[in-house]
Structures are given as C-alpha cells and as structure tokens.
Design a protein around this ligand. Structure first.
Ligand code: SF4
Length: 296
C-alpha cells in the first residue's frame, strides 16, 4: 500500500486532521542531520523511486472517500533532486487533480515551483520548511538553500497558492534565536501560517547533531539527557522548556499577524489556527473536523 492513512505510530501527541500520506520516493537525499525517518528506514539518505508507483496509486485512489486530503510527504521530501528528471510527484499531482483530492505539500525544495501550473488549479497548499539561515550547510547539507525556499514561497504566494512555513525543528541553542528573522522573511514572502516543533532526537539524529556541533554538546546533553524525557524512541525537552520555546515563537507570530500551530507537542492550546498541519489553508479546509483531544 502506497497511500496510507496518516497515523504516526498512534502517537497521542499528534493532532493532525484525518489525512492520507504518500511518499513517491523512499529515502531523501537532503540528508538533514535532525531527520527522524533515518532511524527506521534503511539507507534513508539514498533516495530511490517507489516501484510501479503510478500503477499502484491509480488502483488505490479509487478506494478513497471523495475530497480526502493527501499529505505529500510525511516521511520523505516529495521534491528530491531526482524529481527534476523523474517527475513522479508531478504525475501524482495530475492524478490527484483529476480525482478532486486535496493536497498538502511539505517540502524543502524550490523544485515545487515547477508544478505551480497544477497546484493553482487544484485544492492545494504548500508548506516549506526553513529552520535556519545561518546553519543550513551543517543542518541540511544537501537541501536547497533557505533563500531559494523563501523565493519559492514568494512565487507560490504570488500565484495565489496558499503557503505556510514550517519552522521545524527548533533546536535549542542552535536555531531558536533565528525565529524572528525567518518568520519576518516568510511573512514578507506571503506566508500566512507557521507550524513549529521542537527537536526530538532519536539515537542516530542525536549522534549526528553532537558530531556536527561538538562545542554545544555539554548544553545539549544537559537539556536533553539530564532534564529531558523519553517518549517512545524520541527524547523530548522538559515540558517547561518546550513551552517557553513554543510560546516565544507564538508571540512572534501574533506580532506578525501569522496564524500559529504546534506539531507533536501536546500543546494544542497554543494553536491559533484550525489545523496544526496547515491543511486549513486549502480551500474548503480540512476534510473532517480534527479528532477531539490533543495533538500528534
Ligand atoms: S528533507 Fe525531511 S525527509 Fe528529507 S532528510 Fe530532511 S528531514 Fe529527512
């Protein structure tokens, strides 16, 4: 099955509206050091296309309820460099458009602008992740630069495609003080919504972070190992610290007149938007009301 109901390990901290998830590619060449998918998918940073994707998708799509929301993607990036040649994501969008399905794109790549012609003619929204302007070569070594992503947000917004920013993950002592600058630039680029999440390391991302920022190891170990809390395979910052980071960014959003939500924090009470993932930006909003209770 390539189209999966989005259910991140039945995570009680997830508050996403009902949606389906599709990853046209397995793995991701952007190789972000904080990536969590590398902890459970072998050779994750080697991107490969899904075999017989369009054939399988055309079959699976017939079973979806009308107006379903498809999230592209939750585990990998739908616009890795090889998408320029393979155009698998583009072909998926054509299928979704024909079936009148809603699409929420989550990417770090400006290749998404190639598909403006399709996106502006379907129920869609694009969220682009920007975590840093200063440390992108350390944090996201093979992803397009944050400035290319800002340009992409501007082009999409000018074409009338609703856009959101994911400031995700926020890594204390590394990128948290970049919030105002990044959010202000995103606002100028036409973004109306921001989703944030704090860094929740797993074994491999923790190791990569420590190797890349050796001078921050003592403070990071204090925050995560000594004071943090294990939830499943991830380590969360202590609640008070998470709340202080989240509420500081929320204040910035309020001051810039941006709507705000949190992802997998169990802090839905901080949200000012109808959905946590940006799907409310799509014309017609999320397909069904979010489940009662707290977030993913
Ligand atoms: S873009 Fe997303 S999926 Fe790709 S490596 Fe970075 S965090 Fe992982």
């Amino acid at each position: 099955m390539y189209l999966q109901r989005f259910d991140p390990w039945k995570n009680e901290l997830c508050s996403c509206p009902p949606k389906y998830s599709l990853n046209p590619y397995t793995g991701c060449a952007h190789a972000c050091i904080y990536c969590y998918a590398s902890s459970y998918i072998k050779d994750f940073f080697k991107c490969r296309q899904k075999p017989r994707l369009l054939e399988v998708l055309s079959r699976e799509i017939r079973k979806l309820p009308k107006g379903s929301l498809i999230s592209l993607c939750n585990t990998s990036d739908p616009y890795p460099p090889m998408e320029r040649q393979k155009a698998l994501t583009r072909d998926c969008l054509k299928i979704f458009g024909k079936e009148s399905l809603k699409v929420l794109i989550i990417t770090k790549s400006d290749i998404v602008c190639r598909d403006i012609d399709l996106l502006k003619n379907m129920a869609s929204a694009v969220t682009i992740t920007i975590t840093t302007l200063k440390y992108s070569s350390q944090l996201e070594p093979y992803a397009p630069s944050p400035f290319k992503r800002l340009n992409a947000l501007e082009r999409l917004s000018k074409e009338g495609i609703p856009t959101g920013l994911r400031f995700d993950p926020i890594i204390p002592t590394i990128n948290e003080d970049e919030a105002f600058e990044i959010l202000s630039l995103a606002k100028s680029a036409g973004v109306s919504h921001v989703t944030v999440s704090t860094f929740k390391p797993r074994l491999d991302s923790w190791k990569r972070l420590k190797e890349r920022f050796p001078e921050r190891v003592p403070i990071l170990e204090d925050l995560y190992i000594r004071r943090g809390k294990r939830r499943g395979n991830s380590i969360y910052l202590e609640d008070q610290k998470r709340e202080s980071i989240i509420s500081a960014v929320r204040e910035i959003c309020l001051s810039l007149n941006l709507t705000f939500s949190t992802c997998r924090e169990k802090l839905s009470n901080y949200n000012t938007s109808k959905s946590c993932d940006g799907s409310h930006l799509i014309e017609g909003g999320p397909p069904m009301s979010p489940p009662s209770g707290e977030e993913s």
